[in-house]
Design a binder for this molecule. Structure first.
Ligand code: NAI
Length: 332
């Protein structure tokens, strides 16, 4: 076994937090040979519930779990952590404007950025799950300037996995046989799930999904809107938002980032744009990436047609708007 690493989960008394802590402590995020010390943070009002989570982690008698630090103090929570999964945030309530949601979360991420910069281990890798995920990640980068931008990412893997799931269902193949969809843009309803580079393994070999589906209208319309609206559909069905699939996707994101993507396979991650594919710099945008030795890099050279271009620009524009709103609140 390796030396234990410290993994922070914020919002750990919430729904996704409750689902993810056991996944991490069972090795689904960092591998079955990696012991972990879990740091769990929530707000003071949730201290009892957080302590309940800590109790259940003890009760689960998990061999890889080498300790739990449960706290509502940000500095203590970020102390020495190697990995941080930031799920805590202000939830969107009925009737709440996007602007208000951004204002509340900008304040939280500004404060957590300084805890990250001051307390975390050097080279700490960060995944932001809490919404608005891309813009929260941007605020972390802004207020933790000493943390390399490449160490801050946001979650669009759930959307990526949803896209794989929809294609697998449509083709009647196993989801593990489908790969290389792309989710471009914001983790919001403007995201663009793109199957034009995806492939599926069939009994006749690996084939382009476009050829196997052979229905451009479905790929451009129904597929795209189903993935975009999947979160809302789960809320309608469950009366609560996606949590086990979000927790599972967050584990997939970190695992692939740290342990590497399989050869010939890319995944979608929200990362700080370097201008690839004509996406403006200065926003966190979901791109196709491959990972090796703990570093992600954006897959280059994919063909972008006019249809994709317009969808990708729409989401970039929304992120630029979110960024302007966020900076308004930062300066007040
Ligand atoms: P939840 O409301 O059940 O849990 C959120 C937790 O965060 C609560 O326990 C709350 O007390 C805590 N919290 C609030 N402010 C905090 C702070 N300053 N520090 C630490 N903890 C704080 O929500 P749920 O369902 O677990 O979702 C969490 C977040 O993840 C939401 O923002 C949701 O929109 C987002 N989400 C993102 C997805 C993605 O794919 N990127 C998918 C699904 C959800």
């Amino acid at each position: 076994l390796k030396q234990p690493v410290k993994v922070l989960v914020t919002g750990a008394a919430g729904q996704i937090g409750y689902a993810i802590v056991a996944m991490i402590a069972r090795g689904l995020m960092l591998g079955p040979d990696q012991p972990v010390v879990l740091h769990v943070l929530d707000i003071p009002r949730m201290a009892d519930a957080l302590n309940g989570v800590r109790m259940e982690l003890v009760d689960a008698a998990l061999p890889l779990l080498r300790g739990v630090v449960a706290t509502s103090d940000e500095a203590e929570a970020f102390q020495g952590v190697n990995f941080a999964v930031l799920i805590g945030g202000w939830p969107r309530k009925d009737g709440m404007e996007r602007k208000d949601l951004i204002a509340k979360n900008v304040a939280i991420y500004k404060s957590q950025a300084s805890a990250l910069q001051q307390q975390a281990a050097p080279n700490c890798k960060v995944l932001v799950v809490a919404n608005p995920a891309n813009t929260n990640a941007l605020m972390l980068k802004e207020f933790a300037p000493a943390v390399p931008a490449k160490n801050i990412t946001c979650l669009t893997r759930l959307d990526h996995n949803r896209a794989l799931g929809q294609i697998a269902e449509r083709l009647g193949v196993h989801v593990a046989d489908v790969r290389n969809v792309v989710v471009w843009g914001n983790h919001s309803s403007t995201q663009f799930p793109d199957a034009s580079h995806a492939t599926a393994r069939t009994e006749h070999g690996e084939k382009p999904v476009t050829e196997l589906v052979a229905d451009e209208k479905w790929l451009r319309e129904e597929f795209v809107s189903t993935v975009q609206q999947r979160g809302a559909a789960v809320i309608k069905a469950r009366k609560q938002s996606s949590s086990l699939s979000a927790a599972s996707a967050a584990c997939d994101h970190m695992r692939d980032w740290i342990l590497g993507t399989p050869k010939g396979t890319w995944v979608s991650m929200g990362v700080y744009s370097d201008g690839s594919y004509g996406v403006p710099e200065g926003i966190f945008y979901s791109f196709p990436v491959t990972c090796e030795k703990g570093e992600w890099s954006i897959v280059q050279g994919l063909h972008v047609d006019d249809f994709a271009r317009s969808k990708m620009d729409l989401s970039a524009n929304e992120l630029n708007e979110e960024r302007s709103m966020a900076y308004e609140f930062v300066n007040t």
